[in-house]
Design a protein around this ligand. Structure first.
Ligand SMILES: NC(=O)c1ccc[n+]([C@@H]2O[C@H](COP(=O)([O-])OP(=O)(O)OC[C@H]3O[C@@H](n4cnc5c(N)ncnc54)[C@H](OP(=O)(O)O)[C@@H]3O)[C@@H](O)[C@H]2O)c1
Length: 432
Protein backbone atom coordinates (compact mmCIF):
# COMPACT_ATOMS: atom_id res chain seq x y z
CA UNK A 1 0.00 0.00 0.00
CA UNK A 2 1.34 3.46 -0.93
CA UNK A 3 2.31 5.71 2.01
CA UNK A 4 -0.06 8.69 2.52
CA UNK A 5 0.16 11.86 4.65
CA UNK A 6 -3.48 11.66 5.83
CA UNK A 7 -5.11 8.32 6.82
CA UNK A 8 -5.60 6.21 3.62
CA UNK A 9 -9.42 6.46 3.76
CA UNK A 10 -9.28 10.28 3.90
CA UNK A 11 -6.66 10.37 1.14
CA UNK A 12 -8.59 8.15 -1.29
CA UNK A 13 -11.96 9.71 -0.50
CA UNK A 14 -10.60 13.23 -1.03
CA UNK A 15 -8.76 12.31 -4.25
CA UNK A 16 -11.76 10.56 -5.79
CA UNK A 17 -14.22 13.25 -4.77
CA UNK A 18 -11.96 16.01 -6.10
CA UNK A 19 -11.52 14.13 -9.40
CA UNK A 20 -15.29 13.74 -9.71
CA UNK A 21 -16.52 17.07 -8.34
CA UNK A 22 -14.02 19.72 -9.48
CA UNK A 23 -15.11 19.74 -13.17
CA UNK A 24 -18.79 20.15 -12.19
CA UNK A 25 -17.89 22.84 -9.72
CA UNK A 26 -16.01 24.86 -12.37
CA UNK A 27 -19.07 24.85 -14.63
CA UNK A 28 -21.48 25.64 -11.78
CA UNK A 29 -19.30 28.51 -10.62
CA UNK A 30 -19.12 30.01 -14.11
CA UNK A 31 -22.87 29.49 -14.65
CA UNK A 32 -23.80 31.09 -11.33
CA UNK A 33 -21.48 34.07 -11.84
CA UNK A 34 -22.51 34.76 -15.43
CA UNK A 35 -26.15 33.58 -15.64
CA UNK A 36 -27.52 33.55 -12.08
CA UNK A 37 -26.32 36.93 -10.83
CA UNK A 38 -23.68 35.27 -8.60
CA UNK A 39 -26.45 33.88 -6.39
CA UNK A 40 -25.85 30.38 -5.00
CA UNK A 41 -29.52 30.26 -3.93
CA UNK A 42 -30.70 30.78 -7.55
CA UNK A 43 -28.44 28.00 -8.87
CA UNK A 44 -29.50 25.75 -6.02
CA UNK A 45 -33.17 26.29 -6.91
CA UNK A 46 -32.43 25.39 -10.51
CA UNK A 47 -30.70 22.17 -9.50
CA UNK A 48 -33.46 21.34 -7.01
CA UNK A 49 -36.10 21.74 -9.71
CA UNK A 50 -34.26 19.90 -12.50
CA UNK A 51 -31.89 17.60 -10.61
CA UNK A 52 -29.00 16.00 -12.51
CA UNK A 53 -30.68 16.99 -15.79
CA UNK A 54 -30.37 20.63 -14.76
CA UNK A 55 -26.63 20.20 -14.33
CA UNK A 56 -26.28 18.39 -17.67
CA UNK A 57 -28.33 21.11 -19.39
CA UNK A 58 -26.10 23.93 -18.20
CA UNK A 59 -22.85 22.14 -19.23
CA UNK A 60 -21.69 24.05 -22.31
CA UNK A 61 -20.27 21.96 -25.17
CA UNK A 62 -16.65 22.70 -26.09
CA UNK A 63 -17.21 24.63 -29.33
CA UNK A 64 -14.82 25.07 -32.26
CA UNK A 65 -14.19 28.70 -31.28
CA UNK A 66 -13.30 27.62 -27.72
CA UNK A 67 -10.75 25.07 -29.03
CA UNK A 68 -9.37 27.70 -31.45
CA UNK A 69 -8.90 30.28 -28.66
CA UNK A 70 -7.23 27.70 -26.41
CA UNK A 71 -5.00 26.38 -29.16
CA UNK A 72 -3.82 29.88 -30.21
CA UNK A 73 -3.19 30.89 -26.60
CA UNK A 74 -1.38 27.63 -25.69
CA UNK A 75 0.75 27.65 -28.85
CA UNK A 76 1.64 31.33 -28.36
CA UNK A 77 2.72 30.72 -24.75
CA UNK A 78 4.70 27.59 -25.68
CA UNK A 79 6.49 29.53 -28.45
CA UNK A 80 7.35 32.39 -26.05
CA UNK A 81 8.64 29.89 -23.48
CA UNK A 82 10.92 28.27 -26.06
CA UNK A 83 12.02 31.27 -28.10
CA UNK A 84 12.34 34.33 -25.84
CA UNK A 85 15.82 34.87 -24.45
CA UNK A 86 16.48 34.51 -20.72
CA UNK A 87 19.19 33.82 -18.19
CA UNK A 88 20.00 30.21 -17.41
CA UNK A 89 19.08 29.38 -13.81
CA UNK A 90 19.33 26.19 -11.78
CA UNK A 91 16.53 24.75 -9.69
CA UNK A 92 17.08 23.14 -6.29
CA UNK A 93 18.72 19.71 -5.92
CA UNK A 94 16.02 17.06 -6.36
CA UNK A 95 15.51 14.06 -4.04
CA UNK A 96 17.60 11.90 -6.40
CA UNK A 97 20.34 14.53 -6.63
CA UNK A 98 19.43 16.07 -10.05
CA UNK A 99 19.50 19.81 -10.64
CA UNK A 100 17.04 21.05 -13.30
CA UNK A 101 18.13 23.93 -15.52
CA UNK A 102 15.66 26.59 -16.73
CA UNK A 103 15.56 29.60 -19.02
CA UNK A 104 14.24 32.54 -16.96
CA UNK A 105 12.19 34.44 -19.55
CA UNK A 106 8.93 34.77 -17.59
CA UNK A 107 8.86 38.58 -17.37
CA UNK A 108 9.45 38.90 -21.12
CA UNK A 109 6.68 36.34 -21.84
CA UNK A 110 4.31 38.22 -19.50
CA UNK A 111 4.99 41.64 -21.06
CA UNK A 112 4.69 40.28 -24.62
CA UNK A 113 1.44 38.43 -23.77
CA UNK A 114 -0.34 41.37 -22.13
CA UNK A 115 0.92 43.89 -24.72
CA UNK A 116 -0.17 41.60 -27.58
CA UNK A 117 -3.60 40.97 -26.03
CA UNK A 118 -4.32 44.65 -25.40
CA UNK A 119 -2.82 45.51 -28.81
CA UNK A 120 -5.17 43.04 -30.57
CA UNK A 121 -8.12 44.76 -28.89
CA UNK A 122 -6.85 48.31 -29.44
CA UNK A 123 -6.29 47.78 -33.15
CA UNK A 124 -9.61 45.97 -33.57
CA UNK A 125 -8.05 42.62 -34.53
CA UNK A 126 -9.53 40.52 -31.71
CA UNK A 127 -12.02 41.58 -29.06
CA UNK A 128 -11.31 39.99 -25.61
CA UNK A 129 -15.06 40.28 -24.88
CA UNK A 130 -15.38 37.21 -27.17
CA UNK A 131 -13.42 35.23 -24.57
CA UNK A 132 -15.90 36.27 -21.87
CA UNK A 133 -18.85 35.44 -24.14
CA UNK A 134 -17.44 31.92 -24.71
CA UNK A 135 -16.13 31.41 -21.19
CA UNK A 136 -18.41 28.42 -20.55
CA UNK A 137 -17.33 26.55 -23.70
CA UNK A 138 -13.70 27.48 -23.01
CA UNK A 139 -13.85 26.05 -19.46
CA UNK A 140 -15.62 22.96 -20.79
CA UNK A 141 -12.91 22.42 -23.44
CA UNK A 142 -10.23 23.03 -20.79
CA UNK A 143 -11.81 20.44 -18.47
CA UNK A 144 -11.77 17.70 -21.12
CA UNK A 145 -8.48 18.74 -22.75
CA UNK A 146 -6.61 18.96 -19.45
CA UNK A 147 -7.90 15.58 -18.33
CA UNK A 148 -6.52 14.01 -21.52
CA UNK A 149 -3.28 15.93 -20.96
CA UNK A 150 -2.97 14.40 -17.45
CA UNK A 151 -3.58 10.90 -18.87
CA UNK A 152 -0.75 11.52 -21.37
CA UNK A 153 1.48 12.71 -18.52
CA UNK A 154 0.71 9.50 -16.65
CA UNK A 155 1.60 7.38 -19.71
CA UNK A 156 4.77 9.40 -20.32
CA UNK A 157 5.77 8.83 -16.68
CA UNK A 158 5.57 5.08 -17.33
CA UNK A 159 7.10 4.80 -20.78
CA UNK A 160 9.40 7.79 -21.27
CA UNK A 161 10.33 9.59 -18.03
CA UNK A 162 12.59 12.60 -18.51
CA UNK A 163 14.80 12.01 -15.45
CA UNK A 164 15.37 9.67 -12.51
CA UNK A 165 12.98 11.90 -10.46
CA UNK A 166 10.03 9.75 -11.45
CA UNK A 167 8.41 6.46 -10.70
CA UNK A 168 5.25 4.71 -9.67
CA UNK A 169 4.09 4.24 -6.10
CA UNK A 170 2.25 1.12 -7.27
CA UNK A 171 -1.23 2.65 -7.07
CA UNK A 172 -2.89 3.90 -10.26
CA UNK A 173 -5.11 6.49 -8.56
CA UNK A 174 -2.26 8.03 -6.56
CA UNK A 175 0.05 7.97 -9.61
CA UNK A 176 -2.55 9.75 -11.73
CA UNK A 177 -3.60 12.21 -9.03
CA UNK A 178 -0.17 13.13 -7.62
CA UNK A 179 1.81 12.42 -10.79
CA UNK A 180 4.69 10.22 -11.87
CA UNK A 181 7.43 12.71 -12.82
CA UNK A 182 8.83 15.63 -10.88
CA UNK A 183 10.40 17.37 -13.89
CA UNK A 184 8.73 16.11 -17.09
CA UNK A 185 10.08 17.67 -20.27
CA UNK A 186 9.51 17.47 -24.00
CA UNK A 187 12.98 17.20 -25.46
CA UNK A 188 15.70 18.77 -23.36
CA UNK A 189 14.32 22.28 -23.04
CA UNK A 190 10.53 22.35 -22.89
CA UNK A 191 9.64 22.03 -19.22
CA UNK A 192 6.03 20.87 -18.91
CA UNK A 193 5.42 22.18 -15.36
CA UNK A 194 6.76 25.63 -16.27
CA UNK A 195 4.25 25.59 -19.11
CA UNK A 196 1.22 24.31 -17.16
CA UNK A 197 1.81 26.23 -13.92
CA UNK A 198 3.38 29.47 -15.10
CA UNK A 199 2.91 30.17 -18.78
CA UNK A 200 -0.58 28.72 -19.18
CA UNK A 201 -2.09 28.87 -15.67
CA UNK A 202 -0.67 32.01 -14.06
CA UNK A 203 -0.61 33.84 -17.40
CA UNK A 204 -4.31 33.05 -17.95
CA UNK A 205 -5.04 34.76 -14.62
CA UNK A 206 -3.68 38.07 -15.95
CA UNK A 207 -5.22 37.58 -19.40
CA UNK A 208 -8.67 36.92 -17.90
CA UNK A 209 -8.37 39.82 -15.45
CA UNK A 210 -7.83 42.11 -18.47
CA UNK A 211 -10.67 40.33 -20.32
CA UNK A 212 -13.19 41.01 -17.51
CA UNK A 213 -12.19 44.65 -17.37
CA UNK A 214 -12.58 45.09 -21.13
CA UNK A 215 -15.92 43.24 -21.10
CA UNK A 216 -17.28 45.58 -18.44
CA UNK A 217 -16.07 48.55 -20.50
CA UNK A 218 -17.77 47.16 -23.62
CA UNK A 219 -21.01 46.62 -21.68
CA UNK A 220 -21.21 49.95 -19.85
CA UNK A 221 -18.86 52.28 -21.72
CA UNK A 222 -16.83 52.66 -18.50
CA UNK A 223 -15.03 50.59 -15.90
CA UNK A 224 -16.22 50.78 -12.28
CA UNK A 225 -13.72 51.59 -9.54
CA UNK A 226 -14.36 48.17 -7.95
CA UNK A 227 -13.32 46.47 -11.19
CA UNK A 228 -10.27 48.75 -11.44
CA UNK A 229 -9.13 47.83 -7.91
CA UNK A 230 -9.73 44.11 -8.54
CA UNK A 231 -7.91 44.09 -11.88
CA UNK A 232 -5.01 46.21 -10.62
CA UNK A 233 -4.44 43.99 -7.56
CA UNK A 234 -4.64 40.78 -9.59
CA UNK A 235 -2.21 42.22 -12.15
CA UNK A 236 0.17 43.37 -9.39
CA UNK A 237 0.02 39.85 -7.95
CA UNK A 238 0.68 38.14 -11.31
CA UNK A 239 3.42 40.67 -12.17
CA UNK A 240 5.04 39.85 -8.82
CA UNK A 241 4.74 36.17 -9.70
CA UNK A 242 6.59 36.53 -13.02
CA UNK A 243 9.17 38.86 -11.50
CA UNK A 244 9.91 36.09 -8.99
CA UNK A 245 9.25 33.15 -11.34
CA UNK A 246 12.75 31.67 -10.98
CA UNK A 247 12.12 31.67 -7.22
CA UNK A 248 8.82 29.82 -7.79
CA UNK A 249 10.88 27.02 -9.35
CA UNK A 250 12.27 26.43 -5.81
CA UNK A 251 8.87 26.08 -4.15
CA UNK A 252 6.78 23.01 -3.30
CA UNK A 253 4.72 23.15 -6.54
CA UNK A 254 7.79 22.61 -8.66
CA UNK A 255 10.41 21.07 -6.39
CA UNK A 256 8.21 18.61 -4.44
CA UNK A 257 4.84 18.04 -6.16
CA UNK A 258 4.97 15.73 -9.15
CA UNK A 259 3.21 16.52 -12.43
CA UNK A 260 -0.22 14.92 -12.07
CA UNK A 261 -3.89 15.85 -11.90
CA UNK A 262 -3.46 17.81 -8.63
CA UNK A 263 -0.95 20.34 -9.87
CA UNK A 264 -1.38 20.26 -13.68
CA UNK A 265 -5.17 20.05 -13.97
CA UNK A 266 -5.31 22.56 -11.11
CA UNK A 267 -3.14 25.07 -12.97
CA UNK A 268 -4.74 24.47 -16.37
CA UNK A 269 -8.40 24.61 -15.25
CA UNK A 270 -8.79 25.68 -11.62
CA UNK A 271 -6.54 28.77 -11.89
CA UNK A 272 -8.29 30.33 -14.93
CA UNK A 273 -11.77 29.56 -13.58
CA UNK A 274 -11.71 29.76 -9.78
CA UNK A 275 -8.76 32.12 -9.17
CA UNK A 276 -10.13 34.72 -11.55
CA UNK A 277 -13.73 34.37 -10.31
CA UNK A 278 -13.97 37.62 -8.28
CA UNK A 279 -13.31 39.54 -11.55
CA UNK A 280 -15.78 37.33 -13.43
CA UNK A 281 -18.44 38.33 -10.87
CA UNK A 282 -17.68 42.04 -11.13
CA UNK A 283 -18.28 42.14 -14.92
CA UNK A 284 -22.05 42.39 -14.41
CA UNK A 285 -21.94 43.76 -10.84
CA UNK A 286 -20.21 47.12 -11.26
CA UNK A 287 -20.07 48.30 -7.63
CA UNK A 288 -19.03 51.95 -7.10
CA UNK A 289 -16.82 52.22 -4.02
CA UNK A 290 -15.89 55.89 -4.15
CA UNK A 291 -12.32 57.08 -4.57
CA UNK A 292 -11.33 57.03 -0.89
CA UNK A 293 -12.47 53.45 -0.15
CA UNK A 294 -11.06 52.22 -3.47
CA UNK A 295 -7.65 53.70 -2.60
CA UNK A 296 -7.68 52.19 0.92
CA UNK A 297 -8.43 48.72 -0.47
CA UNK A 298 -5.84 49.10 -3.22
CA UNK A 299 -3.09 50.19 -0.81
CA UNK A 300 -3.91 47.41 1.70
CA UNK A 301 -3.82 44.83 -1.11
CA UNK A 302 -0.51 46.09 -2.51
CA UNK A 303 1.06 45.99 1.00
CA UNK A 304 -0.05 42.36 1.47
CA UNK A 305 1.27 41.34 -1.96
CA UNK A 306 4.57 43.07 -1.14
CA UNK A 307 4.91 41.28 2.24
CA UNK A 308 4.17 37.91 0.62
CA UNK A 309 6.80 38.67 -2.04
CA UNK A 310 9.31 39.77 0.60
CA UNK A 311 8.83 36.52 2.60
CA UNK A 312 9.61 34.43 -0.49
CA UNK A 313 12.49 36.73 -1.47
CA UNK A 314 13.99 36.55 2.03
CA UNK A 315 14.03 32.74 2.05
CA UNK A 316 15.45 32.51 -1.44
CA UNK A 317 18.13 35.15 -0.90
CA UNK A 318 19.08 33.39 2.34
CA UNK A 319 19.43 30.04 0.56
CA UNK A 320 21.13 31.52 -2.53
CA UNK A 321 23.84 33.24 -0.49
CA UNK A 322 24.22 30.28 1.84
CA UNK A 323 23.09 32.42 4.78
CA UNK A 324 25.58 35.23 4.00
CA UNK A 325 22.97 37.95 3.56
CA UNK A 326 21.28 40.51 5.71
CA UNK A 327 17.78 39.85 7.06
CA UNK A 328 16.01 42.94 8.41
CA UNK A 329 19.40 44.68 8.67
CA UNK A 330 21.13 41.90 10.63
CA UNK A 331 22.98 38.67 9.96
CA UNK A 332 20.30 35.96 9.77
CA UNK A 333 19.86 33.45 12.58
CA UNK A 334 19.74 29.91 11.22
CA UNK A 335 19.90 26.17 11.75
CA UNK A 336 22.30 24.06 9.70
CA UNK A 337 20.20 20.97 9.01
CA UNK A 338 21.53 17.78 7.45
CA UNK A 339 19.43 15.19 5.66
CA UNK A 340 19.88 12.09 3.53
CA UNK A 341 18.75 11.97 -0.13
CA UNK A 342 16.93 8.93 -1.52
CA UNK A 343 20.24 7.78 -3.05
CA UNK A 344 21.81 7.75 0.45
CA UNK A 345 23.93 10.91 0.12
CA UNK A 346 24.14 13.23 3.13
CA UNK A 347 23.51 16.90 2.33
CA UNK A 348 22.96 20.06 4.35
CA UNK A 349 20.35 22.80 4.08
CA UNK A 350 19.89 26.04 5.98
CA UNK A 351 16.71 26.89 7.86
CA UNK A 352 16.10 30.60 8.46
CA UNK A 353 14.86 31.44 11.96
CA UNK A 354 14.76 35.25 11.76
CA UNK A 355 12.96 37.87 9.65
CA UNK A 356 9.49 36.87 8.40
CA UNK A 357 10.50 33.22 8.83
CA UNK A 358 11.17 33.79 12.54
CA UNK A 359 7.68 35.23 13.23
CA UNK A 360 5.74 31.99 12.67
CA UNK A 361 5.95 28.82 10.61
CA UNK A 362 4.42 29.41 7.15
CA UNK A 363 3.84 33.06 8.01
CA UNK A 364 3.97 33.87 4.27
CA UNK A 365 0.52 32.31 3.82
CA UNK A 366 -1.10 35.09 5.89
CA UNK A 367 -0.40 37.97 3.43
CA UNK A 368 -1.24 35.58 0.55
CA UNK A 369 -4.75 34.99 1.97
CA UNK A 370 -5.20 38.69 2.85
CA UNK A 371 -4.23 39.77 -0.69
CA UNK A 372 -6.99 37.58 -2.11
CA UNK A 373 -9.43 39.13 0.36
CA UNK A 374 -8.48 42.64 -0.78
CA UNK A 375 -9.02 41.93 -4.47
CA UNK A 376 -12.37 40.34 -3.65
CA UNK A 377 -13.77 42.88 -1.20
CA UNK A 378 -14.48 45.48 -3.95
CA UNK A 379 -17.46 43.18 -4.71
CA UNK A 380 -18.75 44.10 -1.23
CA UNK A 381 -21.05 41.61 0.52
CA UNK A 382 -24.17 41.18 -1.64
CA UNK A 383 -23.21 37.63 -2.53
CA UNK A 384 -21.08 34.97 -0.92
CA UNK A 385 -19.74 33.39 -4.13
CA UNK A 386 -17.00 35.95 -4.99
CA UNK A 387 -15.39 34.94 -1.64
CA UNK A 388 -15.17 31.30 -2.64
CA UNK A 389 -11.55 31.74 -3.77
CA UNK A 390 -10.53 33.28 -0.41
CA UNK A 391 -12.09 30.33 1.45
CA UNK A 392 -10.66 27.76 -0.94
CA UNK A 393 -7.18 29.33 -0.67
CA UNK A 394 -7.35 29.28 3.13
CA UNK A 395 -8.20 25.55 3.12
CA UNK A 396 -5.54 24.84 0.46
CA UNK A 397 -2.84 26.63 2.44
CA UNK A 398 -3.86 24.95 5.75
CA UNK A 399 -3.50 21.59 4.02
CA UNK A 400 -0.26 22.66 2.37
CA UNK A 401 1.19 23.81 5.69
CA UNK A 402 0.43 20.39 7.16
CA UNK A 403 1.88 18.54 4.16
CA UNK A 404 4.99 20.70 4.22
CA UNK A 405 5.44 20.35 7.96
CA UNK A 406 5.19 16.54 7.70
CA UNK A 407 7.62 16.49 4.78
CA UNK A 408 10.17 18.71 6.53
CA UNK A 409 9.86 16.69 9.75
CA UNK A 410 10.67 13.46 7.92
CA UNK A 411 13.41 15.16 5.85
CA UNK A 412 15.23 17.01 8.66
CA UNK A 413 14.26 14.95 11.76
CA UNK A 414 15.84 16.44 14.91
CA UNK A 415 16.75 19.67 13.07
CA UNK A 416 13.08 20.31 12.26
CA UNK A 417 12.23 19.67 15.90
CA UNK A 418 14.84 22.28 16.86
CA UNK A 419 13.36 24.66 14.25
CA UNK A 420 9.89 24.20 15.75
CA UNK A 421 11.27 24.96 19.22
CA UNK A 422 12.90 28.18 17.97
CA UNK A 423 9.94 29.29 15.84
CA UNK A 424 7.13 28.30 18.16
CA UNK A 425 4.19 30.02 16.54
CA UNK A 426 2.20 28.54 13.67
CA UNK A 427 -0.17 30.44 11.41
CA UNK A 428 -2.77 27.75 12.05
CA UNK A 429 -2.69 27.06 15.81
CA UNK A 430 -3.30 23.45 16.79
CA UNK A 431 -3.88 22.32 13.21
CA UNK A 432 -0.53 20.62 12.64
N1 LIG B 1 -2.33 31.20 -4.58
C1 LIG B 1 -2.05 29.91 -4.46
O1 LIG B 1 -2.81 29.06 -4.88
C2 LIG B 1 -0.80 29.48 -3.76
C3 LIG B 1 -0.66 28.15 -3.39
C4 LIG B 1 0.50 27.78 -2.77
C5 LIG B 1 1.51 28.68 -2.52
N2 LIG B 1 1.35 29.97 -2.90
C6 LIG B 1 2.41 30.95 -2.64
O2 LIG B 1 3.59 30.47 -3.25
C7 LIG B 1 4.71 30.84 -2.45
C8 LIG B 1 5.54 29.62 -2.09
O3 LIG B 1 4.84 28.84 -1.13
P1 LIG B 1 5.04 27.26 -0.91
O4 LIG B 1 3.83 26.75 -0.22
O5 LIG B 1 5.43 26.64 -2.20
O6 LIG B 1 6.15 27.16 0.17
P2 LIG B 1 7.71 27.46 0.04
O7 LIG B 1 7.97 28.91 0.01
O8 LIG B 1 8.29 26.65 -1.05
O9 LIG B 1 8.24 27.01 1.43
C9 LIG B 1 8.27 25.70 1.87
C10 LIG B 1 9.68 25.11 1.70
O10 LIG B 1 10.66 26.00 2.17
C11 LIG B 1 11.68 25.28 2.86
N3 LIG B 1 11.67 25.84 4.19
C12 LIG B 1 10.78 25.64 5.18
N4 LIG B 1 11.09 26.37 6.24
C13 LIG B 1 12.21 27.05 5.93
C14 LIG B 1 13.04 27.97 6.63
N5 LIG B 1 12.75 28.34 7.87
N6 LIG B 1 14.11 28.47 6.01
C15 LIG B 1 14.41 28.11 4.74
N7 LIG B 1 13.67 27.25 4.02
C16 LIG B 1 12.58 26.72 4.62
C17 LIG B 1 11.30 23.81 2.80
O11 LIG B 1 11.93 23.25 1.62
P3 LIG B 1 13.38 22.51 1.65
O12 LIG B 1 13.09 21.08 1.40
O13 LIG B 1 14.10 23.17 0.52
O14 LIG B 1 14.01 22.77 2.98
C18 LIG B 1 9.81 23.87 2.55
O15 LIG B 1 9.35 22.75 1.82
C19 LIG B 1 4.14 31.56 -1.22
O16 LIG B 1 4.16 32.93 -1.46
C20 LIG B 1 2.73 31.08 -1.15
O17 LIG B 1 1.91 32.00 -0.50
C21 LIG B 1 0.22 30.39 -3.52
Amino acid sequence: MAETVHPPFVTYASMLSLLALCPHFVILLWYTMVHEDGSVAQSWDLLKKNGLHGLINIWPRPTAIAWKILFCYGAFEAALQLLLPGQTVQGPVSPTGNRPVYKANGVAAYVVTIATYIGLWWFGIFNPAIVYDHLGDIFSALIYGSFIFCVLLYIKGHVAPSSSDSGSCGNLIIDFYWGMELYPRIGKNFDIKVFTNCRFGMMSWAVLAVTYCIKQYELNGRVSDSMLVNTTLMLVYVTKFFWWEAGYWNTMDIAHDRAGFYICWGCLVWVPSVYTSPGMYLVNHPVELGTQLAIYILVAGVICIYINYDCDRQRQEFRRTNGKCSVWGKAPSKIVASYTTSSGETKTSLLLTSGWWGLARHFHYVPEILSSFFWTVPALFHNFLPYFYVIFLTILLFDRAKRDDDRCRSKYGKYWKLYCERVRYRVIPGFY
